[in-house]
Design a protein around this ligand. Structure first.
Ligand code: NAG
Ligand code: NAG
Ligand code: NAG
Ligand code: NAG
Length: 462
């Protein structure tokens, strides 16, 4: 009888392993429970050459104590049609998390960035750059970049124990979009070349450095890129449509931290009497000088920028992706000894339809290392290396690496643990259960016989 029981256990084990690999336990448990919702941002209106850079507080977002599993977005018009990048270039969007004092005006707020400090506590990611605090954020590559977080991981939000008394959790969306219909120089407008915008002062009225050729300081809200003479185009209303997927929080979800590294970060180690502190200076944007006319082959015109950054926290890497602009040829994160942690490569479109626009980055490849295979340790040095083609001059380019780490990887699954967590969700029909039980009996009998014949099988530990 004991052997029959063991055989049954082995069969269940085989069955569950088959069902649960490679997606692991939570696949069975959570995939069915994934919720998703599609939202529209507030409307923004763009005409040929115009720029909108808006900050929307209190946007629609899933509520409650949940774990985020993915965030996807795209620009659509009033009829819901996807808008291609050569018409509206999505420079970037970012999603910030915050706590706002209840009954404050934060959530009603739209456009202006000044919010009363006591009403508003930003909840930043766990990265090191003060100016890159978002939870999610991408640019032109949005439509073709995988964002899902594999089970059993998720981004924990809405934990009532963490929200300060008198505050509530809120979300801010920043959308920066440039309408390039009819412009003289599409790439120049998307790279925010200052001469095309006829801009000499920044958004706050401060004069630009004479050597500042292009970047965000020249394409702020309501600037205008140069349009071809006589071009007529209507102003039209657009939205960022975003799709969020999540699961309800429970203890089987392993929370991840979000970190963002910037290739322009120049960190300084400061030591004082109480220890060592690290100061980061992240420029976000940089410039790629064109290669010298003497380099004959175009493919020799490659620009590499790298930096070393001290990892601020421990964790196993679960997901990684880079953000680059047009001209980018890939970004790699290395360990100090040169071991590659993740390489993320841009995909360029070759058509005209939304999602495949020629000349634009329409997706970035992602890394999903086997959880547990790459452990990063607080204090270790990482190398970020970002490559661009330098056959053309590029301004306002970026080299960001966005990744998630988890404190732990799930324990190897015990069969009964898996079974007890999942049998309710397995949805096996009565016939399937009968087949499982029958097969179990057959396998158990075989083991029983073999054991009787002195084959000496080793019981599997559960
Ligand atoms: C550029 O801006 C200046 C003032 O800042 C203005 O006088 C000039 O007409 C503008 N040029 C174009 C082409 O819009
Ligand atoms: C000294 O460094 C520690 C971090 O190691 C930091 O928390 C502290 O604020 C620093 N003190 C001063 C006076 O800078
Ligand atoms: C970036 O350029 C460096 C130097 O040429 C090269 O070693 C590396 O493989 C490149 N990385 C990517 C992702 O293309
Ligand atoms: C675009 O690329 C795909 C895949 O590389 C290819 O199959 C397709 O023919 C290309 N389309 C055009 C218009 O070049």
């Amino acid at each position: 009888m004991r052997n029959l029981y063991q055989g049954w256990r082995i069969l269940v084990a085989i069955l569950l392993l088959g069902l649960s690999l490679p997606h692991s336990q939570a696949y069975l448990k959570n995939e069915k429970n994934i919720k998703s919702a599609v939202f529209l941002s507030p409307k923004f209106v763009l005409g040929p050459g115009s720029v909108e850079n808006k900050y929307y507080f209190g946007i629609d977002f899933p509520r409650g104590h949940i774990a985020l599993k993915s965030f996807d977005a795209e620009v659509v018009d009033e009829a819901g049609n996807p808008i291609p990048l050569h018409e509206t270039y999505l420079h970037h969007w970012v999603i910030m998390r915050y706590y706002a004092r209840k009954d404050s005006e934060v959530s009603a707020y739209d456009g202006n960035r000044v919010v009363r400090e006591s009403d508003f506590i930003p909840v930043r990611n766990d990265g090191v750059c003060h100016n890159i605090g978002q939870y999610f954020g991408l640019g032109s590559e949005t439509r073709g970049t995988e964002t899902h977080i594999p089970d059993p991981y998720g981004i924990e939000i809405g934990n009532p124990d963490e929200i300060p008394a008198g505050y509530e959790e809120g979300w801010m969306l920043n959308v920066h979009a440039i309408d390039t219909r009819g412009v003289e120089d599409r790439l120049g407008c998307t790279e925010c070349k200052c001469d095309l915008y006829n801009v000499t002062v920044d958004e706050y009225g401060n004069p630009l450095r004479p050597d500042y050729k292009g970047g965000l300081r020249c394409c702020y809200d309501h600037t205008q890129c140069r349009v071809k003479d006589g071009f007529e185009g209507v102003r039209r209303s657009l939205y960022l449509k975003y799709t969020v997927r999540w699961v309800d929080w429970d203890t089987s979800v392993v929370p991840v931290k979000i970190l963002i590294l910037d290739v322009t970060d120049t960190e300084k180690r400061l030591s004082n009497s109480t220890g060592l502190s690290i100061e980061h200076h992240c420029l976000v944007e940089y410039e790629v000088e064109p290669c010298k006319a003497t380099s004959m082959a175009d493919d020799a015109c490659s620009h590499t920028r790298w930096t070393s950054v001290t990892m601020p926290t421990d964790g196993y890497i679960i997901y990684g992706v880079a953000h680059q602009h047009s001209g980018g040829t890939g970004l790699t994160l290395y360990k100090e000894d040169g071991e590659v942690i993740c390489t993320s490569i841009p995909a360029y479109g070759n058509g005209t339809e939304a999602g495949n626009e020629a000349g634009y980055i329409v997706g970035m490849s992602t890394c999903y290392p086997q959880p547990g295979s790459i452990k990063l340790t607080a204090g270790e040095t990482l190398i970020v290396e970002s490559n661009y083609s330098s056959s053309l001059h590029h301004t306002g380019v970026m080299g960001l690496f966005y990744f998630m780490v988890a404190d732990r990887v799930p324990q190897p699954y015990s069969f009964f643990h898996v079974l007890s967590n999942n049998y309710k969700h397995m949805n096996l029909s009565a016939y399937a259960w009968a087949a499982v039980i029958l097969l179990g009996a057959v396998v158990a009998l075989r083991y029983h016989r073999r054991n009787k014949n002195g084959d000496g099988y080793q019981p599997i530990m559960v």
